[in-house]
Design a protein around this ligand. Structure first.
Ligand code: ATP
Ligand code: ZN
Length: 300
């Protein structure tokens, strides 16, 4: 059983883009854990901290309701939930303790390349499809634009071609998904990254001490998080996919390979942790001879 008085409960995404990074962060903070048989909880062995694995969309409410003391989730989900909770009365549902510098993406408009709508101003009287109806409606209200917000729970980028919307507002990290659907990336309305949320209720002192310690360690981990220089051979046609697989990377350097027309050498600096899974994914899209080396210093 979990002792609510002394043990910290932290919710993280069960399986998705934030999962590896979040578990890695906690491990780098020194946490050793065992995963329960039901796979829903990880019990901390050397700290009074247990991890609850849930869908990311559920995390804001779990923290608001004090089921969990802390939660790690994208700012996009946090803002959508915060605006949704406003109807339940005043008072902050949770506070943001720290930005974590991973899971970077932006919520931005996408306009059909040859469509009549190309800016937010031109959205007046039109329909915009999104999975973030509260954030988008709030933005449009503040901009003074009366447009219809159509909620899509997934595959937002196909809404215009289905004739369901005149524009979309969706998360983008590299922009290749929008391009692939013949959408032009427009205004950004939210820059997102993973953040730590804290419950609005008072926390017993012994527990608070551990939370403070954890936050201090997280700061330390973030300071030394190393960037990696990644080199590989890859099919020319896979360049877009490579950028998508390496979040936080800048435009890759592409070099010709002697005697090869189909493959090139790709060098890229990645500011986020590179996992085995990432390397396996690179391999599956045709990359070979993949080398990952640490970066010692960097001057932008
Ligand atoms: P769940 O099953 O937990 O609901 P999900 O499918 O909603 O998962 P993921 O696709 O795993 O969520 O994304 C989780 C978070 O990763 C997003 O909410 C966002 O903060 C961040 N993220 C970073 N880059 C992107 C991107 N290109 N597209 C979508 N989300 C991204
Ligand atoms: Zn989700």
């Amino acid at each position: 059983m979990i002792d609510k008085e002394t043990r910290i409960k932290i919710a993280i995404q069960k399986s998705g883009r934030l999962t590896d990074h979040s578990l890695d962060l906690l491990q780098r903070c020194g946490l050793k854990y065992t995963r329960a048989r039901d796979q829903l909880i990880c019990f901390g062995e050397n700290m009074p901290l247990d991890i609850l694995l849930v869908r990311d969309d559920d995390i804001p409410a779990l923290v608001r309701d004090d089921v969990c003391d802390l939660g790690v989730v994208g700012l996009n989900i946090v803002e959508e939930a915060r605006l949704g909770f406003q109807d339940n009365g005043p008072g902050e549902p949770f506070s943001i303790l720290q930005r974590l510098d991973y899971g970077h993406c932006r919520l931005c408009f996408g306009y059909p390349e040859d469509g009549p709508v190309q800016t937010v101003a031109e959205l007046a009287g039109q329909r915009v499809a999104t999975s973030y109806p509260n954030v988008v409606a709030d933005y449009l209200r503040r901009e003074g634009i009366a447009a219809d917000v159509v909620e899509f729970s997934g595959a937002v980028e196909i809404a215009p071609s289905l004739g369901r919307a005149d524009a979309i507002c969706d998360l983008v990290s590299t922009g290749t998904t929008m391009k692939a659907h013949k959408l032009r990336e427009g205004e950004t309305i939210l820059d997102s990254e993973a953040v730590i949320l804290r419950t609005p209720v008072d926390i017993p002192p012994a527990k608070q001490e551990w939370i403070d310690r954890l936050l201090q360690r997280i700061e330390g981990v973030m300071q030394v998080r190393e960037s990696k220089y990644i080199m590989m051979h890859a099919p020319k046609s896979a360049l877009g996919q490579i950028s998508e697989l390496l979040p936080g990377s800048e435009a890759p350097t592409v070099l010709p390979l002697e005697g090869r027309d189909d493959k090139v050498a790709v060098h890229v600096v990645c500011r986020e942790t590179v996992f085995w899974e990432t390397l396996e994914n690179l391999k599956s899209i045709g990359a070979s001879s993949v080398l990952v080396v640490p970066v010692e210093k960097m001057l932008a």
